[in-house]
Design a protein around this ligand. Structure first.
Ligand SMILES: [Zn+2]
Length: 246
């Protein structure tokens, strides 16, 4: 690594450390402020009006029931939720990890979840190279908050991303499926467990399907997926959304 690159790396690590410090130490004692309008937040970084105005999915649309994937999503992946996800993933604004986790927890607590609660939460892992450049796993930030709110443990060592998938952005459905085949490996501590995979966004469902397959192959009793936002690719109705195109 060149000297300039080394300094850049150190500067980036310091920036991440500072943001982690703010997140863990200062945020809990600071007053809540709405990230949308600046008004006082209601125990969350959104005021009651902005919280209500979010594109919440109703009971049917929140249900994920495509082939190989089942579970729940909280919000539609459209403004302002898409901007929150982008800020979290590409602009290091970790506040949105906490916020999306709170929103997912709120929705999960409201929904009639027929299944028993999972034994643990497994955030979709990043490849170690991506983790190094981003500095954190956005799915793990979300899972940490959901785990706290629902009193469920978050486990990060049972599922690994063994192949570095190129960014999914811009790939079509076929490209995404091909890009992800065999990307995840699960380890057998999940044997016999009912687990919930946690992720930020579901688009084609390819990532969650691959994770589900890996966990079932490692002996998980059942797998559900809990996702903060769902891209409503096919807005022609519930049937289309919950059919083979999830
Ligand atoms: Zn507001």
């Amino acid at each position: 690594m060149q000297i300039g690159g080394k300094y850049r790396d150190v500067a980036r690590r310091c920036q991440l450390l500072a943001s982690e410090l703010v997140d863990r130490v200062l945020t809990p004692v600071l007053p809540w402020v709405c990230v949308r309008c600046g008004d006082a937040g209601a125990g969350i970084e959104l005021c009651p009006a902005c919280l209500d105005a979010l594109p919440w999915l109703d009971e049917s649309l929140s249900r994920l029931s495509g082939p190989g994937v089942s579970g729940r999503a909280a919000l539609a992946y459209r403004p302002p939720v898409d901007g929150m996800v982008t800020a979290l993933k590409y602009h290091r604004q970790r506040v949105y990890g906490r916020l999306l986790g709170e929103l997912l927890a709120i929705r999960l607590q409201e929904l009639p979840l027929q299944d028993r609660l999972p034994d643990c939460l497994l955030p979709v892992p990043l490849h170690r190279r991506r983790l190094r450049t981003r500095g954190y796993n956005q799915a793990a930030l979300i899972a940490r908050v959901v785990g706290y709110e629902l009193r469920l443990p978050v486990v990060t060592h049972c599922l690994s991303r063994v192949r570095h998938a190129d960014s999914q952005t811009g790939l079509g459905r076929g490209g995404r499926l091909q890009n992800l085949a065999g990307t995840f490996v699960a380890h057998n501590p999940v044997a016999g467990a009912h687990v919930a995979i946690v992720d930020d966004v579901i688009t084609t469902g390819a990532t969650l399907r691959d994770c589900t397959r890996a966990l079932l192959a490692a002996g998980a009793e059942s797998v559900t997926c809990w996702v903060a936002a769902r891209a409503l690719l096919y807005s022609t109705g519930v049937q289309a959304l919950n059919g083979s195109k999830v």
